[in-house]
Design a protein around this ligand. Structure first.
Ligand code: ACO
Ligand code: PYR
Length: 537
């Protein structure tokens, strides 16, 4: 039978100790709902002795039924005081959760330097605090802070801390690599020694300062730890905590431990991305298992092989963690990339035919000039479509002009005048905007609106500019990537020029062409809007 490992998520506590991460009580609640459905066993929600937001969070969770056990965090009682008069301990009890984590010192240096007390008093602080929470029927875990550094300097005292906690009734002792400086082989040795030297269940809590938090957690489990503490996407103090998005699949898919159910594991990618959205932290595309590029194939040799059998370049099936395979088209593409991409987009291309070769050559040429299609699917689709079906353009460009006016006591205003031709009719249109690109976008859409009424539904959501040849500032090219949406779909387009306005125009026109080509999608959108009772004015 597979051995079970308890997954303890501390995104809402240690995760929020990461720089730039701040979650409201509502954010925490939303994340907790997703963690609960993912199947983690413990959710450490915050520190009720620290702030009223966390007190509010623990109050809010009472209105729902949860599968996970909620945990409130705090430190052992203050030195030279009494546990039942300790404000932090009492806030934990008042949070009315089933479990508590107490952080206690396990390194003699810290006891002397940070607490400035005696080794005996620290043991008494640990024992009194645990006993007090046990009297209130809480499941209690001692986070043995700096256990590994403590063990290296004074192993007898570090083990005494664990025994003291166990004798006071702790249900778990969690060995913390607080400074994140321990190596996997040391973790294995020290966890083994702790298991031999105590009679209580052991957990592991690691930090990523040597980029070893995941490896260290796995080493601890292999040495016998039964609980792993970590955070979603590895958020946490300094370089972060152990990343549960890697630990869970590694334990479950590689090492044959049982953490969460298989269908819950399939939620991993969406939960990781949801948490990054709520935390407002961009997720690295190359984040293992759950990143957008974790199963993205770019090199022609790779794509040719995965189309034969995905195991050639994928260590697991992406669907096991809810991710998916992607094929990227770029200058490194061979015909396999282009054929596969065309097929995904619904076009038939014949391998080896001159037309296919011409498309590949064109993509490589454009990428050489600075275009980047892997982030601009819509421009790529338009190019393929043009090459395959030679459809008529929805409008012809004639000219545009932009005026930028700054007058005293008025913000800068941009005005664009656009001239296009539709079915031999010349259309001029002017519009203002808060910047030149916004003005161009407004003028172009106004010019198109009589012929293409659905165009009001779309708008730009993101605009990125990148200088391509920074060494040659006068002749440098810029690449503009635009993301647009029409209520239901999102698409990205690209433009390149030595002039940022021209590059923006190119990406903008592609964005609008794509929206106009997608009339079928637009009809569906309108039906959906009608069904939702939304009316265009
Ligand atoms: C390894 C970890 O991640 S531990 C968790 C770290 N997280 C946080 O600190 C976030 C939440 N913290 C807070 O909101 C505040 O620090 C509070 C409310 C807990 C305490 O605030 P303050 O009373 O103003 O104390 P302050 O933060 O300045 O210093 C911490 C105090 O706790 C003491 N302390 C530290 N660890 C422990 C411990 N395990 N047991 C008891 N006391 C401890 C320190 O010695 C220091 O006491 P001192 O003021 O007598 O020097
Ligand atoms: C308790 C904790 O977060 C640590 O020691 O890292």
């Amino acid at each position: 039978m597979k051995k079970s490992i308890a997954i303890f998520d501390t995104t809402l506590r240690d995760g929020t100790q990461g720089e730039g991460i701040s979650l409201s009580a509502e954010d925490k609640f939303k994340i907790a709902r997703r963690l609960d459905s993912l199947g983690v066993h413990y959710i450490e929600g915050g520190i009720p002795g620290s702030n009223s937001k966390d007190i509010e969070f623990f109050r809010r969770i009472k209105s729902y039924t949860w599968n996970a056990r909620f945990v409130a965090f705090g430190s052992t009682r203050r030195k030279d005081s009494i546990a039942d008069q300790d404000a932090n301990l009492n806030r934990i009890i008042e949070a009315q959760v089933p479990a508590a984590t107490l952080v206690g010192k396990a390194w003699d240096f810290h006891v002397h330097t940070a607490l400035q007390t005696s080794l005996e008093e620290n043991l008494a602080m640990i024992a009194d605090s645990i006993a007090y929470l046990k009297q209130h029927q809480l499941e209690v875990m001692l986070d043995a802070e700096h256990f590994f550094d403590g063990f290296k300097h004074n192993s007898e005292y570090a083990l005494q801390v664990l025994r003291t906690a166990a004798n006071a009734g702790a249900d778990w002792v969690v060995l913390c690599d607080t400074n994140g400086g321990t190596l996997p082989h040391e973790i294995h040795q020290i966890v083994s020694a702790a298991i031999e030297g105590t009679q209580v269940k052991i957990g592991i809590h690691t930090h990523n300062d040597c980029e070893l938090a995941v490896a260290n957690s796995l080493a601890a489990v292999q040495a016998g730890a039964l609980q792993v503490q970590g955070t979603m996407n590895g958020y946490g103090e300094r370089c972060g905590n152990a990343n549960l998005c890697s630990i869970i699949p590694n334990l479950q898919l590689k090492l044959d431990y049982n953490c969460i159910a298989d269908d819950q594991l399939q939620q991993l990618t969406s939960v990781a991305r949801y948490v990054s959205e709520i935390a407002n932290v961009n997720m690295p595309v190359n984040q293992p298992y759950v990143g957008n590029a974790s199963f993205a194939h770019k090199g022609g040799i790779h794509v040719s092989a995965i189309l034969k059998d995905s195991r050639t370049y994928e260590h697991i099936q992406p669907e096991l963690v809810g991710n998916k395979q992607r094929v990227l088209v770029s200058e490194l593409a061979g015909q396999s990339n282009v054929l596969s991409k065309a097929q995904q987009l619904g076009y038939e291309l014949d391998a080896g035919k001159p037309a296919t070769k011409a498309i590949i050559e064109r993509i490589k040429q454009l990428e050489h000039e600075g275009y980047q299609f892997e982030g601009a699917d819509a421009s790529l689709e338009l190019m393929l479509r043009q090459a395959i079906s030679n459809e008529q353009e929805p409008f012809q460009f004639e000219s545009f002009k932009i005026l930028v006016e700054k007058s005293k006591n008025r913000p800068v205003v941009s005005e664009a005048i656009v001239k296009i031709n539709i079915d031999n009719e010349s259309i001029y249109m002017a519009a203002e905007g808060n910047g030149p690109v916004n003005a161009l976008d407004n003028a172009l859409r106004k010019a198109l609106s009589r012929h293409y009424p659905g165009i009001e539904d779309m708008h730009l959501t993101d605009y990125k500019v990148r200088v391509l040849d920074e060494s040659d500032t006068t002749a440098a090219k810029v690449r503009v990537l635009i993301e647009s949406t029409d209520f239901e779909h999102t698409w990205s387009t690209v433009g390149v020029s030595q002039n940022v306005i021209e590059a923006s125009w190119e990406a903008l026109v592609d964005s609008i062409r794509y929206a106009l080509y997608g009339k079928e999608k637009k009809l569906q959108t309108n039906e959906r809007k009608e069904s939702l009772g939304i009316v265009n004015h």
